[in-house]
Design a protein around this ligand. Structure first.
Ligand SMILES: Nc1ncnc2c1ncn2[C@@H]1O[C@H](COP(=O)(O)OP(=O)(O)OP(=O)(O)O)[C@@H](O)[C@H]1O
Length: 578
């Protein structure tokens, strides 16, 4: 809940105003039964028509007044709640975009999505209720009790004796609600994950006729979530009927005891009528409290989940270092790394029994040199890039760029050095031009030149709208090869000092692949190139080639050197070329 109050603090003026208006609206609502009682017991028996009309008009005005104030307060509460959730979502988005790889893996993408959507919606509802129901319900409850105390102390005692039971049950049940709703949100993470896997993998699901299997998988997760939600909802719903029963008993007692007191001449009949109305208000107040606790239990569970992301201790720690310029532009010195340090999955690799994703990797590159990395899938090629760009911190060893440890760079300073195409990289629903520019304000000339070097020009020049052609979500209206060339153009357009192409030409035919590499080497000589590929033909023209297996480097040198010294490389080459 601390998180909710922290975010509400920014709008405290507007929130206090909404609460104040709600207070006035509710207070005027509380006066209505009092006016009613006065009219029945005093004004009507006086048979003065003028007084009856006057008090009637007063009551009408009070009801319109309280309605208007309540509506105004609710509108303000909704507006403030939206502003708070806007901020929460914005901060979550910013934090998520800057999370370290380890933290990202720990939270997982589906869970981050549900924290940004349903958890922040729960927070929004709670903020709204804190300004409306949280004011109205206690006021109805305690205001109702106070007003009845004023009218008749004896009758009011019936209510007062019942209140501790009513409030007690609400508190006990609500304390069970938070862990239950945390579980519901966790189940929702699973539903989001399966939904996401299905939507992104819809083609393979259909192609492999796995639709029924996936439907079952989704349905199981959905049922699990529904079960947890029903369980939490059932527990949270216990107080409602219990309170209703208590209040009905109370009402009966008021009528019986009130009738006796009227009979004894101690009170007038209007008091019983006003008591019944106040009883109704008190019932609404207690039910409101129940709803508040239900919503706050949900919001509290959600706020904790959001706070754990926002307070994730993964700030970019910039090491201080006295460095000297080096003749090597990029160097890895005995670098080792394992994924999953933050989670229980430490050392668990898909398809491998090794402890480390990469183990004892050392190499260096001069500025403008090119390195090809080749090796079987899962051998650790992408991990080298992840560490070079400091998405993760190394476990052992040192990585330097221009003599400086990567950990001594400011985040933007480091990332600006790179132009990169990752595997299955993202094409956005936007024009091809904007997809390449990517908000960097690159000149049109640079973009056109990058389009030519990536050979994307071949197909873009044939499009009627050229670079203004609109790509669909994930580039669905582009072929695999067209997407890859567009992504390479994006990486080239910033003329980066380090260009990384991770499996970015796998969809290109050999001729186009070779022509693209030639254009890049000729026109981007200043860029140091790291190219990851499965095909020997893609890396054989690089200045240096690293052959990897099982997280280790098993060969390093030029194509000719490796043909002499590395049997795995030679065999792969022979296999792929014959
Ligand atoms: N985020 C991660 N969390 C846990 N394990 C991971 C993660 N990313 C990669 N791995 C594991 O680390 C190992 C090396 O992965 P990496 O992506 O570097 O391989 P790769 O050689 O690039 O494979 P490919 O050629 O298939 O892209 C693999 O066994 C993989 O399962």
């Amino acid at each position: 809940m601390k998180l909710i109050f922290r975010y509400m603090g920014k709008y405290k003026g507007a929130i206090f105003l909404a609460i104040f208006i709600k207070l006035i609206g509710t207070m005027s609502e509380l006066t209505l039964p009092y006016i009613l009682e006065y009219m029945i017991d005093t004004v009507v028996p006086s048979k003065n028509l003028g007084q009856v009309i006057l008090w009637g008009l007063l009551m009408f005005a009070a009801s319109v007044f309280c309605r208007q104030f309540n509506v105004m307060a609710n509108k303000k509460a909704i507006y403030n709640a939206h502003k708070v959730s806007y901020d929460v979502r914005g901060d979550l988005f910013k934090k998520t975009a800057n999370l370290s790889g380890d933290k990202f893996d720990e939270f997982s993408l589906p869970s981050l999505i549900s924290r940004m959507t349903s958890d922040s919606y729960n927070v929004q509802s709670a903020v709204q209720q804190l300004q409306s129901l949280c004011v109205r319900a206690p006021m109805m409850l305690f205001g109702g009790v106070v007003m009845t105390l004023f009218m008749d102390f004896h009758l009011a005692m019936i209510l007062i004796i019942m209140l501790p039971f009513l409030i007690g049950i609400v508190l006990i049940v609500s304390s069970k609600g938070i862990p239950m709703y945390t579980k519901v949100q966790q189940k929702l993470d699973t539903v989001v994950r399966i939904m996401r896997e299905n939507i992104t993998g819809i083609r393979v699901v259909k192609a492999l006729s796995k639709t029924d299997y996936e439907k079952r998988r989704f349905s199981d997760a959905n049922i699990e979530m529904a079960r947890s939600d029903v369980k939490a909802g059932t527990v949270m719903a216990i107080p409602g009927p219990f309170m209703q029963m208590c209040l009905n008993i109370g009402l009966t007692l008021v009528v019986i005891y009130g009738a006796k007191r009227v009979d004894d001449g101690l009170i007038q009949p209007g008091v019983i009528l006003a008591f019944l109305t106040y009883f109704n208000m008190i019932t609404m107040g207690v039910m409101g409290l129940n709803r508040i606790f239900m919503s706050l239990s949900k919001a509290s569970a959600s706020a904790d989940r959001i706070d754990s992301v926002l307070s994730a201790d993964d700030e970019w720690v910039q090491e201080k270092e006295d460095y000297a310029d080096s003749s090597d532009f990029i160097s890895f010195d005995n670098v080792s790394f394992s994924y999953g340090k933050e989670s229980k999955t430490k050392g668990a690799f898909a398809g491998g029994k090794r402890e480390k994703a990469i183990d004892g990797i050392s190499f260096s590159l001069k500025k403008g040199e090119s390195l090809g990395i080749i090796g079987p899938t899962g051998c650790g090629k992408t991990t080298i890039i992840n560490l070079l760009m400091r998405f993760y911190d190394v476990d052992e060893g040192v990585i330097r760029i221009n003599g400086r440890k990567v950990s001594s760079f400011d985040k933007d300073e480091l990332r600006q050095l790179f132009g990169v195409v990752f595997q299955n990289d993202m094409v956005f629903k936007d024009s091809l031009y904007n997809n390449i520019d990517f908000g960097r304000g690159i000149s049109r000339e640079e973009i056109e030149s990058a389009v030519k070097d990536s050979l994307a020009y071949d197909y873009i020049s044939e499009l009627e709208k050229g670079l203004e052609y609109q790509a669909d979500i994930k580039g669905a209206n582009l072929s695999g090869g067209q997407k890859q060339r567009l992504l390479v153009a994006r990486a080239l357009a910033g003329r980066p000092q380090i260009l990384i192409l991770d499996d970015s030409s796998s969809a290109l035919d050999y001729k186009t692949d070779a022509a693209m590499r030639r254009a890049i080497r000729e026109n981007h000589k200043e860029s140091t190139l790291i190219l990851i590929a499965q095909r020997v033909s893609s890396v054989m023209g690089m200045d240096k080639i690293m052959v990897m297996d099982n997280g280790r480097c098993i060969g390093f040198g030029s194509h000719n050197e490796l043909m002499e010294s590395c049997s795995v490389y030679r065999e792969t080459y022979e296999m792929q070329t014959t």
